[in-house]
Design a protein around this ligand. Structure first.
Ligand code: FES
Length: 951
């Protein structure tokens, strides 16, 4: 695979079936109407020299290198900005053009430093390449390295090294504008400008600020776009140009960006967003692009460890001893306490194949269905709610669909922080004119950001989602905005009528709902009218919907709204959960819930169970097993004794930390498989080192049901892939597993799971990715679901009665705490905290409205204590009107904060998903960490000790 400068075709051709035929250099070529001459030439194999044009940006025509001659026209137009025309005769290589191009290049090179031929970007610089392509041998003027003098001095401007990941060297800038346009058009941040004039013009971040302190979000789009070494990865400068590359899938959020890992030996030089990646289309965020250094961080544990008690120091052992000890402990516990005294948790960070094997081990090997996954605490209501309404537990669209949306409704999600690459695509569509409705207690960035302003922001009180979404439906029904034709054709009409009667009741009117949600009635009415009548309307939602006691109800209310307005089953519309973790969709698909086998088939179904029993050669329990909170409850009760946790840190990620700690402490065997000694490992007796996505083969499934290959770029530093460790454990307890590669696991998944029947590593290799269902009916997958009818038959309307959460604010706890993520950190921070991303977010802070802060005498940066019914913690205050009075907000990326000490054990009625988003709290000034934090710190320090091996 070529490492640098894959062929770039200039601005992509428009979507049209109309073809135009023209002649280029004497050869006839047919291309789509609206295609640029440059792209038409590239498609027939002729590369026209260029500097400012690139696939990811609209043609700009600034560098004047791509000139061509057109018979019958004067001058030499730029081929990147000139569209083809029928019968056009174009010449790309003439003596006149060659001379003009050399002249242009000579000017660029003369304005460039003397070290051009020895600079770090050698072999990775389009300027150098183009100088060669146009035959420039000699530069007659300048060439003194005197580019861009600082006005008041005789020195060239210094490099800006402030960003931890890339440098900016203004002396090498050719002011082609590509970085500025990438920041605007691709990322949508508008952080860069061109300042100065003539030879002194240069790119600057913000008002000539350092990159680090500017608005720059370090997505890397500018570095990617730069055709010279002006913006360069520091790793490239340190390590040198890469030698080979491997295309793989990012392991951060549910967007599932494809990257080209560029390597020198076993070392990653850089991760370059892959322009053919169907989820990211060549874009990236600061996490996937730069924050992968955790893979080689010194904290990684590479040897298995065991201990008898959690207060003992860890003892490093061989893999053989660790596996044999674990298997014998599992046997001892099951013999003593029964088959159902053990269980496990699969990981949404691991591959489909790994999640599949863990649930198989528990069901077939342990003989119990006590298996659950971290989706329990995030998107389990999505699985339940969408399955009820549509018949599938997944989002309905692909990401490309947003390009056809006229109205975007975001509920309880913050795409620019949580799903930044898709957030950028959303912003692009909004800049093109799509309307925006945001339903969120907090003023997320999209409500007001560069060139974007939400048409409606409904700042509801946390916990009132069902009331507000049902009220939107009330307006749709009572104002005659239902798409009756759609509903009659595709949905159950009787259920619709019952539902319509329910939502039309006056108690769901905006005026009534205003009283409990705090959202002005006119905003609810305006938003509902816009959603129902504004054209293609798409809903995107996140954990602000699911992590509530009525999470499943809100998901069904959202589905009702989409069906009632006919916004399902075509591009631009749909119901789209923005999944938090890279493989949360996949871990759910793979049968990680206690009641479901892979493909969401109930464990009690005899026929389904018989298929798995035949393939696995073991009897399966027809009774659903325990969910995570039930496992912890049973542990406290003394009936659940052992757990195998792959790639999760439940002590930090699950609610009511005291309860999680009590459950773990009550078990006789806690097996943690992870990269680092995480917080849960403080309660573990066996630690099995895990490996990173860079060290494994497999697949991830992103939020759009897209299954993509994860390819190994280096050998596992701990010796084994995670799937191999699970297999060793399975063999040690008597299972006859003999997989030699994860592709064989996928073959088994395909054989057992109808929606995956057509999936194989070979197909994924050939197609790049595929969106399930992929089977005989849909051999290339299904980008958009529920076209001409629903997977379940008729779409189901469900009555969504609003039931207020039991978690209420009152005199003792008068504020409502809600939680979320920030761009630079990820989830519990285990990876991002071990990278330089912490420069942007070194600690969690509490956002509090100025009014609430003043009432409590809290000033910016003060330590404050949060008290809830569950517990207390401390952190620093940030005073901001992003949150409404009465609401406070924090992130949960840092274990020092332990934000979940204060969250309660209230949970979704249908799925037990915890109510992270509503906790009644009181805030007061504090002198520092709470007693619990200090005690826990001391315990964690003791628990993490590793015994020094005897000589
Ligand atoms: Fe066409 Fe720069 S590539 S003007």
């Amino acid at each position: 695979m070529s490492l640098v400068h894959e062929i770039d075709y200039g601005t992509p051709a428009p979507r049209t079936d109309k073809m135009v035929t023209l002649t280029i250099d004497g050869m006839e070529v047919s291309v789509r109407e609206g295609t640029s001459i440059m792209r038409a030439a590239m498609e027939m194999g002729t590369q026209i020299p260029k500097l400012c044009a690139t696939d990811s940006l609209d043609a700009f025509g600034s560098c004047r290198l791509c000139l061509v001659e057109i018979e019958g026209r004067n001058g030499t137009p730029a081929s990147c900005t000139t569209p083809v025309a029928p019968g056009m005769k174009v010449h790309t290589q003439t003596a006149r053009l060659a001379q003009l191009r050399r002249g242009v290049m000579e000017l660029y090179i003369s304005d460039h430093p003397l070290d051009c031929l020895t600079c770090a970007a050698n072999g990775d610089c389009e300027l150098q390449d183009m100088a060669g392509a146009v035959g420039l041998r000699e530069v007659r003027y300048g060439m003194e390295g005197a580019n861009h003098f600082a006005p008041a001095s005789e020195l060239t401007l210094p490099k800006d090294e402030s960003n931890p990941y890339f440098t900016y060297d203004p002396s090498k800038c050719i002011v082609c504008n590509r970085c500025v346009r990438a920041c605007e058009e691709v990322q949508g941040t508008f952080a860069l400008t061109i300042s100065g004039r003539g030879f002194d013009s240069r790119v600057s971040a913000g008002q000539s600020e350092a990159f680090l302190t500017s608005e720059c979000v370090s997505c890397g789009a500018c570095v990617q776009a730069c055709p010279t070494a002006t913006l360069s990865e520091k790793r490239l400068i340190e390590i040198g140009t890469p030698e080979h590359s491997v295309v793989t899938t990012c392991a951060y959020c549910g967007v599932g960006c494809t990257f080209k890992a560029e390597m020198r030996g076993e070392e990653v030089v850089r991760m370059v967003p892959w322009k053919d990646g169907k989820a990211n289309r060549g874009h990236s965020c600061v996490k996937g692009r730069f924050a992968w250094g955790y893979a080689t961080h010194q904290d990684r544990v590479l040897n298995p460890m065991i201990r008898a008690k959690v207060t003992d120091p860890w003892r490093e052992v061989t893999w053989e001893e660790a596996i044999a000890h674990t298997a014998s402990e599992l046997k001892r516990i099951q013999d003593a306490y029964g088959r159902k005294s053990v269980g496990g948790i699969t990981s949404s960070r691991c591959t489909n194949e790994e999640a599949y094997l863990v649930q198989k081990l528990i069901r077939a090997g342990f003989g119990t269905n006590n298996v659950d996954t971290c989706a329990r605490v995030c998107h389990s209501p999505t699985g339940y709610g969408l399955n009820q309404a549509f018949g599938t537990s997944a989002g309905t669209q692909d990401f490309d669909s947003v390009e056809d949306s006229d109205v975007i409704l975001i509920i309880g999600a913050n795409p620019t922080d949580g799903h930044p690459v898709f957030g950028s695509r959303m912003k692009k569509r909004l800049r093109e004119g799509a309307k925006l409705i945001v339903v969120d207690p907090r003023r997320i960035d999209l409500v007001r950001s560069a060139h974007i302003k939400a048409d409606f922001h409904l700042p509801l009180q946390p916990g009132t989602n069902v009331a507000v979404v049902t009220s939107l439906a009330h307006v749709v029904v009572t104002e005659g905005l239902v798409n009756e034709e759609y509903v009659r054709q595709y949905c159950d009409w009787d259920e619709f009528q019952d539902w319509a009667e329910f939502v039309a009741d006056q108690r769901h009117s905006p005026e009534e709902v205003q009283k409990l949600s705090g959202v002005p009635a006119e905003l609810i009415r305006g938003a509902a009218r816009l959603y129902a009548t504004g054209g293609n309307a798409a809903i995107y939602y996140g954990l602000g919907v699911t992590e509530h006691s009525q999470g499943s109800t809100t998901v069904m209310a959202i589905a009702n709204l989409a069906m009632a307005t006919g916004n399902i089953g075509r591009r631009g519309v749909g119901v789209n959960p923005l999944r938090g973790q890279n493989n949360v969709q996949g871990s759910c698909d793979m049968g990680s819930f206690p009641h479901e086998l892979p493909g969401y088939r109930h464990i009690s179904d005899d026929a389904t169970r018989a298929t798995f029993e035949a393939m696995w050669g073991r009897p399966l329990d027809p009774e659903p097993g325990l969910r995570i909170p039930n496992m912890l409850d049973s542990a406290v009760d003394g009936t659940f004794k052992a757990i195998y946790i792959q790639g999760e840190d439940i002590l930090q990620s699950d609610p009511d930390t005291h309860h999680v700690a009590a459950g773990l402490a009550a078990m006789e065997l806690v097996i943690v498989q992870d990269l680092f000694l995480n917080e849960t490992a403080n309660y573990a007796h066996v630690f099995l080192p895990g490996c990173t996505f860079l060290e494994k083969d497999g697949t991830f499934t992103n939020a759009e049901r897209r299954i993509q290959l994860v390819r190994k770029v280096m050998a596992p530093k701990n010796g084994y892939g995670d799937w191999e460790v699970t297999q060793m454990l399975a063999q040690a307890i008597g299972l006859d597993w003999t997989y030699t590669h994860p592709s064989q696991v996928m073959d088994e998944i395909a054989a057992l799971t109808p929606t995956f029947a057509g999936v194989s590593f070979k197909k994924l290799d050939e197609m790049g990715s595929v969106q399930w269902p992929c089977n005989d009916a849909n051999p290339e997958g299904m980008p958009i679901m529920h076209i001409n009818g629903f997977a379940r038959g008729k779409g189901k309307f469900v009555v969504t009665e609003y039931v207020p959460t039991d978690e209420r604010s009152g005199a003792r706890f008068p504020l409502l705490l809600t939680t979320g993520r920030i761009l630079s950190q990820y989830n519990v921070g285990a990876q991002t905290r071990r990278t330089e991303n912490s420069v942007w977010h070194p600690e969690d802070v509490l956002e509090i409205h100025p009014h609430d802060a003043e009432q409590r005498g809290v000033r910016e940066g003060d330590w404050v204590r949060i008290d809830s019914r569950a517990g207390s913690t401390t952190l620093r205050a940030e005073i901001t009107d992003r949150v409404a009075p009465g609401v406070v907000y924090t992130t949960f990326h840092h274990p020092g904060t332990q934000a979940n000490v204060v969250t309660t054990d209230f949970s979704d009625w249908a799925t037990n998903c915890p109510e992270f988003k509503v906790t009644a709290v009181q805030i007061s000034r504090s002198n520092g960490p709470s007693e619990w934090q200090e005690d826990y710190d001391a315990f964690a320090r003791q628990s993490r000790r590793i015994a020094v091996a005897a000589e």
